[in-house]
Write a protein that binds this ligand. Structure first.
Ligand SMILES: CC(C)(COP(=O)(O)OP(=O)(O)OC[C@H]1O[C@@H](n2cnc3c(N)ncnc32)[C@H](O)[C@@H]1OP(=O)(O)O)[C@@H](O)C(=O)NCCC(=O)NCCS
Length: 171
């Protein structure tokens, strides 16, 4: 698979909107079936220098297609600007093929070597085994459990807070 990882563009909005709404993704994120493309466009429009969003693009039968997205959002507060939060999604039909890992490696290189962040954190539903395995393999550890954190298919579900630290900068 020829994978191109690049910054998000406005033209990606419809791909991202589709990924967020689809079964196999939506239930593990905070997507909702009524989400409109205009919401994604507003998200892209609102990105600042503190937001680093990359997409995974492939080419199939001569057509370019966005099949994954990762976002690293640096905290703006002056006393938490050493830390950022992270979110990721890969299209249902392209999961388990190394795309999530490739997106993670790119964004963590940015976090470690170009932004020199100390802390990167994320939230993940406690039963999302695939994502938890990926995060552990990338050096994240579970810090705690947020109970009844979100609504999913008629239930309130728990979320793990996971984080990864790079302390070498100041030790
Ligand atoms: C979680 C997600 C981002 C992972 O991306 P992916 O492209 O499917 O993952 P990869 O193919 O790169 O696999 C990376 C790692 O995930 C884990 N993994 C992959 N498939 C797995 C499976 N079926 N079961 C358990 N772990 C699995 C492995 O640790 C794997 O590393 P390895 O290949 O070295 O063993 C993707 O599946 C996804 O978008 N899921 C739906 C939305 C979601 O859960 N987003 C995260 C919300 S917190």
């Amino acid at each position: 698979m020829n994978l191109n990882i690049r910054p998000i563009m406005m033209q990606d909005a419809s791909f991202i909107n589709e990924i967020r709404r689809m079964d196999g993704v939506r239930e593990n994120m905070l997507g909702i079936i009524s989400e409109r493309i205009t919401r994604t466009e507003a998200f892209i429009n609102g990105l600042t220098d503190n937001d680093h969003v990359l997409v995974a693009e492939i080419e199939e039968e001569g057509q370019k297609k966005v099949v994954g997205i990762i976002g690293l959002h640096i905290n703006k507060n002056l006393r938490t600007r050493h830390s950022a939060s992270l979110g990721i999604a890969v299209h249902r039909d392209y999961q388990g093929k190394g795309i999530g890992k490739a997106l993670f490696q790119k964004i963590l290189d940015l976090a470690d070597n170009w932004l020199m962040l100390v802390r990167v954190e994320l939230g993940v539903f406690v039963d999302n085994e695939r994502a938890i395995n990926l995060y552990k393999s990338m050096g994240f550890e579970i810090e705690g459990r947020k109970k009844y954190a979100a609504i999913r298919n008629g239930e309130y579900v728990d979320e793990y807070i996971m984080a990864r630290y790079r302390l070498k900068y100041w030790r």
